[in-house]
Ligand binder design. Structure first.
Ligand code: B1N
Length: 791
């Protein structure tokens, strides 16, 4: 499509879809018209993919996820259909700034962090690989909250409103709607049972086409919105019970209203359980409807259907599928369990005990009475089959969703090599012994289309010039860059691209925050959700210590640094919010110190999201991946940084281990205890006190916080953080501090060997092509889903 043709298509949509002529079109009108013109181009591969899948009677993959952190879609879609240049020209020709049009799109934050972003990268890769797939989730009215900082530096949360403007990508499907019930009673009826829910809502489908690289294939992201039952159903429902009749309407309004803002924690709230059942049940009905339109023999279900549970959030899929097969379609119970298991896979994303979902048995029995019976029967069946087992799904009055998922899945996977081994050795040790072939590893990945080509066009251009086209969907080809890294000319270009990205970021920080930053300084970046295990407080403690040392010894050869933080804390996570508050106040004090101004700046732009990540990562020199070893299941930001030529300072945790193996130990700033050593360390009750006593810098940094230096003299302000460090320090910040400090000084020295730094940065890019989510998805397709690519 030429720029002129695209221009005509945009004008047509301006006129007929937006009802505006060019002279009166707003930025929003232009963005919508461009979106609709591009969406038109996506329809053709979308239909083609659907027809090809039907024609081949191919097995389909269903990716069930509570979260899809897709961010903006327009720029990505334009790139995938190969219209970036035409679109730029057409939009410019119509008198609009292309970047401004792209920036007008709201960032769809239907997820918290890594888990949701992984689901979005997987959608991209499944479409790129021609894997027939549907993403299924919830169309939250409000995604993750918007973050701002109060004048005192505290996090303020406000509702996010991405659907206030009409959503240009989606298609509403009023015909694809299912009634989803809750509560009520179960009556025995022969060998099965009849569940009569007490209340119900309608799940209505909204489809967004997800086009792959070069527009060869497109899959569907189907998100469910909750609506009250129709008038007819309401009448039937109503018979005499008026209060009961009003309840479903209230329920319908709340069920898809808001994303739970908790990352790696489970809240155990009734509404959350209802959300989980709501989207899982609607998805399963849709899956069985589609299967039934092509096949009649339900025993063949697993040859046509692979359902992936993204963590335990859709774990009710096990019992619900059994219920649909047994109660509603008359399949014998044990066969229904076998059939369901053959379809289901379960991805574990965390070992943190507070994240492992458990529901009170009483709540489960009240919200999903039939499912509670089925869970008990599955549990009993498993116990009969494995009499030696001591774990069970229902224990101490709780339903453990991890165990349920494990038992109901034919494959269980971890998300990095280290994490998968820990899954085998810790949470699922006993189940692993009983089912030794069930756990597999699928190390996470990220889409290079968004995270290299889209976010870093400069680097993408250099890659193409150096190794030719086609690396975008064969990212392992980045190794071909390696010979060029020996050339001074290549290194200079690589460095110049990084420098340009940093100038752009420095300008943005200047306009957005009013803080001048020196683009020649090292950009040292930690962006991720705030959590004690991710240890942003380790970073800020080191920052305080560094500031003190620079003041005491200004000429000791410090590398000038800009420390950049980004991330949100769950609204109820008091400690994480205190750390945010502390960082903002440390930034306020340090940035006001004229004596260190040239060497150290701390910036923390509010409301970190996918779009901000796309801006920050290409401009980063140093990637902070400093979690307590054994706690970060994988990380995916770590991969994005490496691909974009940042060096990593990190622990042996999650996929850091694999990054270090690939880029080479000599090119990675390793520090801290190993996962085993952390476990050992915790056995010494005063490990924190000892570490503080041994480290004059750590001691001084903590004391400085306690002195009120960052809180207008208020000595008690950060007691939550400091007392925890001094006493409990479960995440071993103190025990790792000196090692971290030393690694940072190695970073300083490396920074002054600028050409060598650039060489290592380029090696990071060249050696991390393995982290493409295409590689990950190929793994799932071969090991778990047993699905062949269609292109
Ligand atoms: O999943 C990512 C990993 O890269 C991260 O290491 C991991 O922390 C993240 C409950 C979670 N694990 N668990 C969650 C999110 C929301 C929620 O309500 C748990 N997120 C992760 C991708 O594998």
């Amino acid at each position: 499509m030429s720029a002129t043709e695209l221009r005509d298509a945009i004008l047509k949509h301006l006129e007929y879809s937006q009802g505006k002529d060019l002279a009166h079109a707003s930025l929003y009108d232009m963005r919508m018209a461009l979106t609709l013109a591009i969406r038109d181009k996506v329809i053709e591969p979308w239909f083609r993919a659907t027809r090809a899948t039907y024609a081949a009677q191919s097995k389909r993959v269903y990716y069930l996820s509570m979260e899809f952190l897709i961010g903006r879609l327009l720029e990505d879609a334009i790139m995938n259909v190969g219209l970036t240049e035409s679109a730029r020209e057409a939009v410019l020709g119509l008198g609009f700034d292309f970047e401004a049009v792209l920036n007008d799109e709201p960032d769809a934050a239907l997820g918290n962090g890594g888990l949701g972003r992984l689901a979005a990268c997987f959608l991209d890769s499944m479409s790129t690989l021609g894997c027939p797939a549907y993403g299924y989730g919830i169309r939250y009215e409000h995604g993750l909250f918007r973050q701002s900082f109060g004048p005192d530096g505290r996090q303020i949360e406000t509702a996010e409103d991405w659907l206030r403007q009409s959503h240009g990508w989606e298609f509403e499907r009023p015909e694809a709607a299912f009634r989803i019930g809750f509560g009520g009673t179960v009556a025995e009826s022969g060998r099965s049972a009849v569940w009569t829910p007490e209340s119900a809502v309608m799940a209505k489908a909204y489809d967004t086409p997800i086009v792959g690289w070069q527009g060869k294939w497109a899959n569907t992201l189907r998100l469910w919105g909750a609506e009250p039952l129709r008038a007819f159903d309401l009448n039937a429902f109503n018979k005499g019970d008026f209060t009961g009749a009003a309840a479903p309407e209230a329920l319908a309004r709340t069920i898809s209203r808001v994303l739970y803002p908790d990352d790696t924690t489970a809240q155990g709230k009734e509404l959350r359980l209802k959300q989980e059942f709501f989207f899982t049940a609607a998805s399963l009905r849709d899956i069985l409807r589609r299967f039934a339109s092509e096949h009649s023999d339900l025993s063949a279900l697993s040859s046509r259907v692979a359902i992936q549970m993204n963590d335990t959030h859709p774990a009710i899929a096990g019992p619900e599928l059994v219920r649909l097969l047994h109660d509603e379609r008359g399949m014998e119970f044990d066969k229904a369990v076998e059939t369901a298991r053959a379809c289901l896979g379960y991805t574990n994303h965390t070992l943190m005990p507070e994240a492992l979902e458990r529901w009170p048995e009483t709540l489960m029995a009240q919200v999903l009475p039939r499912h509670m019976q089925i869970i008990e029967r599955i549990d009993a069946g498993h116990a009969r089959q494995y009499p030696s087992r001591t774990v069970s799904i229902v224990e101490n009055g709780e339903v453990k969703m991890g165990e349920l998922s494990f038992i109901m899945a034919n494959k269980v996977n971890g998300v990095s090599a280290l994490h998968t081994e820990l899954v085998k050795d810790t949470v699922f040790a006993e189940l692993h012994a009983l089912h030794p072939d069930r756990i597999v590893n699928e190390t996470n990945g990220v889409t290079p289309r968004r995270w290299v080509k889209g976010a870093n066009p400069g680097l993408a251009g250099l890659i193409t010039e150096t190794i030719g086209e086609g690396w975008e969907d064969h990212l392992e080809r980045l190794v071909e860059l390696e010979p060029a890294i020996g050339d001074q000319g290549f290194r200079d270009r690589f460095a110049a691209i990084k420098a340009e990205n940093k100038v752009a970021l420095a300008n943005w920080i200047g306009t957005e925050m009013g803080i001048p930053v020196n683009p020649d300084a090292m950009f040292d970046v930690q962006i991720k959700r705030f959590h004690e295990y991710k240890r942003q407080h380790l970073n800020i403690l080191e920052t305080i210590a560094l500031w003190q040392e620079i003041r005491a010894n200004p000429d000791a050869g410090w590398a000038p640094r800009v420390k950049i933080f980004g991330g949100k804390a769950a609204p109820g996570y008091v400690m994480a919010k205190e750390i945010i508050h502390l960082i903002n106040n440390v930034a306020r004090i340090i940035n006001a110190d004229k004596t260190t101004r040239e060497l150290l700046t701390v910036v923390y732009p509010p409301n970190y999201n996918v779009t901000m990540a796309e801006r920050l990562i290409p401009a980063s020199d140093l990637s902070e991946q400093i979690s307590t070893a054994g706690k970060e299941a994988s990380g995916t930001g770590n991969m994005k940084f490496s691909l974009n030529g940042a060096l990593t300072i990190g622990t042996l945790d999650g996929a850091n281990v694999e990054i270090r193996d690939l880029v080479g130990a000599e090119n990675f700033f390793l520090f801290g205890m190993t996962a085993d050593e952390v476990v050992e360390c915790r056995k010494t009750p005063d490990h924190a006190a000892r570490a503080i006593a041994q480290s004059k810098r750590l001691k001084a940094a903590i004391e400085m916080i306690e002195s009120g230096a960052f809180s207008h003299g208020d000595k008690a302000m950060y007691r939550g953080v400091t007392q925890n460090l001094r006493t409990h320090d479960y995440f071993t910040v103190c025990a790792d501090f000196d090692s971290y400090w030393d690694a940072q000084r190695r970073v300083d020295r490396a920074w002054f060997q600028r050409d060598d730094w650039t060489r290592i940065a380029a090696l990071n890019t060249a050696r991390t092509g393995w982290f493409s989510s295409d590689r990950t998805i190929k793994g799932y397709m071969a090991d778990i889903w047993k699905v062949a690519p269609m292109i």
